[in-house]
Write a protein that binds this ligand. Structure first.
Ligand SMILES: CC(C)(COP(=O)(O)OP(=O)(O)OC[C@H]1O[C@@H](n2cnc3c(N)ncnc32)[C@H](O)[C@@H]1OP(=O)(O)O)[C@@H](O)C(=O)NCCC(=O)NCCS
Length: 164
C-alpha cells in the first residue's frame, strides 16, 4: 500500500474517531474509558493543529489508515520542552510499516518545533508499540507498576523516551 502522511484536518475526525474508539472500548492500549463523540474529536483536532501537531496516514484512495499526535507531557510549565506521542493504525492494515512512517514523522516534527525530547507511555506487555518505539530510536526509561485499571486488570505503564 502506498502511504502518505499529512497534517490533520477537521475532515479527518470521523475516521480518527472510528480507529480510536475501538481501542477505548476493547483494549487497554489507551487509558481512556469513554468513547469520544464527534465534537470531542473535532476539538482534539483543533488542539493538535498548532505547536503540538497531529498527522494522518493516508492509504490508497486518500482514506485515513492511521494517525499520530504530539501532546504536552505534563501541565506544569517547566515540562514544556517535552512532548508525549501517540500512534494508532487501523486494525486491518497493521504490520505494514504505517506506524513507523507516522512515528518517524512525529519525531521529525517534534525536532522541527523545537522540543527537546519525546516520551511514550505504553501499557505493560504491549509488544507492537514497544517494538515500534524501539525501531524509531526510543530507549526504555522504566516501568510504573499497576498505575492503571481497566477491563478488570491492573495495568503497568512502560516509559520510553527519545532525546532530540
Ligand atoms: C502500535 C501500532 C501503532 C504499530 O503500528 P504498525 O503499523 O502495525 O507497526 P509497523 O508495521 O510500522 O511496525 C513497526 C515496528 O514494530 C514491529 N511490530 C509491529 N507489530 C508488532 C507486534 N505485534 N509484535 C512485535 N513487533 C511488532 C515491526 O516489526 C516494526 O519493527 P521493525 O521496523 O524493526 O521491523 C499498532 O499496533 C496500533 O495501532 N496498535 C493500537 C494502538 C496503540 O497501541 N498505539 C500505541 C499506544 S502507546
Amino acid at each position: 500500500m502506498d502511504v502518505t502522511v499529512r497534517l490533520v484536518e477537521r475532515r479527518d475526525a470521523a475516521a480518527i474517531r472510528a480507529i480510536y474508539n475501538l481501542e477505548v472500548t476493547e483494549s487497554t492500549v489507551t487509558f481512556d474509558l469513554v468513547p469520544r463523540t464527534l465534537d470531542e474529536q473535532v476539538d482534539w483536532i483543533d488542539r493538535h493543529s498548532g505547536g503540538h501537531p497531529a498527522v494522518v496516514a493516508l492509504g490508497g484512495g486518500e482514506e485515513v489508515v492511521g494517525f499520530g499526535s504530539l501532546s504536552p507531557y505534563r501541565d506544569r510549565p517547566a515540562y514544556n520542552p517535552t512532548v508525549e506521542d501517540s500512534v494508532y493504525v487501523r486494525r486491518d492494515v497493521r504490520g505494514n510499516g504505517i506506524g513507523r512512517i507516522l512515528l518517524d514523522e512525529l519525531v521529525r516534527l517534534a525536532a522541527a518545533h523545537g522540543f527537546h525530547s519525546v516520551v511514550a507511555r505504553i501499557v505493560g506487555g504491549h509488544a507492537a508499540s514497544t517494538a515500534l518505539h524501539e525501531a524509531c530510536g526510543f530507549d526504555t526509561v522504566g516501568t510504573e507498576r499497576e498505575v492503571g485499571r481497566k477491563l478488570g486488570r491492573w495495568l503497568d505503564v512502560l516509559l520510553m523516551q527519545r532525546m532530540l
